[in-house]
Ligand binder design. Structure first.
Ligand SMILES: [Zn+2]
Length: 282
């Protein structure tokens, strides 16, 4: 999509970025034990950009100048998952990567592109609104994230320019499908333009990648069960397996488990480690 020369786009961009909030994960809670285990101590390391004091930022940046950018949405993920499932998963994965490998996690972007088409009554259907599993096609409750591709590209460009200015040398971004695809598609051009090493779920690793590979089905449901079990309610799924959950794509969500989520999560963290290692960042 071409980028318009509309002078108001800067204001629009600024407003959009200001709206990106910092997500909250259970893993960020403080350990109450007097002498926490190494695992617990690692879980309390601050890695979210917005939480760092300047001296903590300088130290983390010097140790590993890698930024993580979670690509989220506020989007219907079936009746059983929270609307922020995309950012919960991508930010959750990145927080773990940052704790194990170093680096700093940006606040998630909750706005993203998706396919869209007008309806006869003058409205617009977006993404899963007109998936095969949405019958009849309709605006799914709670979906509130769509931006045109041109605006998304501008937002990500602006974030990269700021990350480069702040001193980062590498950025890993991932999450919501269409945002992920756009990121990967523009990887080499942006790498040259911003002088940053950029990482994403490219073709080289996509077959092994196990994070956010369906829509609210077994994979995403398992990942949210691993990261935030308190936010999942499987009892909201249809009782009968012959009834497919609305707006859900791929394997049965009813087969999701936290253990499967952990497996997918660990495999993806390991792939990120391998990418960074191969690039000489670790
Ligand atoms: Zn999702």
């Amino acid at each position: 999509m071409s980028q318009s020369e509309d002078p108001s786009r800067r204001d629009f961009l600024a407003a959009s970025l200001a709206g990106a909030a910092v997500g909250v994960l259970a893993s960020g809670q403080s350990a109450e034990a007097a002498s926490p285990s190494p695992e617990k101590a690692a879980a309390t390391v601050k890695v979210r950009y917005a939480e760092l004091l300047p001296h903590e930022f300088r130290k983390r940046l010097a140790e590993r100048p890698i930024a993580y950018l979670p690509l989220g949405t506020l989007e219907w993920h079936g009746e059983h998952l929270p609307l922020g499932a995309d950012a919960l998963q991508s930010e959750g994965l990145m927080i773990e990567c940052a704790r194990r490998l170093g680096g700093i996690v940006m606040p998630p972007i909750y706005l993203g592109p998706d396919r869209a088409k007008p309806t006869d009554d003058g409205k617009m259907l977006v993404g899963m609104d007109y998936a095969d599993s949405t019958t009849p096609p309709r605006q799914l409750d709670g979906s509130c994230y769509w931006v045109p591709m041109g605006l998304h590209l501008l937002m990500v460009d602006a974030i990269l320019a700021q990350l480069q200015r702040a001193g980062f040398r590498a950025v890993f971004a991932d999450g919501h499908g269409p945002s992920r695809w756009s990121w990967v598609e523009n990887l080499s051009e942006r790498q040259a333009r911003f002088g940053l090493k950029l990482f994403g779920v490219t073709k080289d690793i996509s077959r092994l990648w196990k994070s956010q590979v369906d829509h609210a089905a077994r994979n995403e449901t398992s990942l949210v069960m691993h990261l935030r079990p308190d936010l999942v309610d499987l009892s909201q799924l249809p009782a009968s397996r012959s009834v497919w959950p609305q707006g859900v794509a791929r394997v049965f969500a009813a087969d999701a488990t936290a253990a499967h989520g952990k497996e997918c999560f660990e495999q993806s963290v390991e792939l990120v480690r391998q990418m960074f290692a191969q690039a000489g960042l670790l």
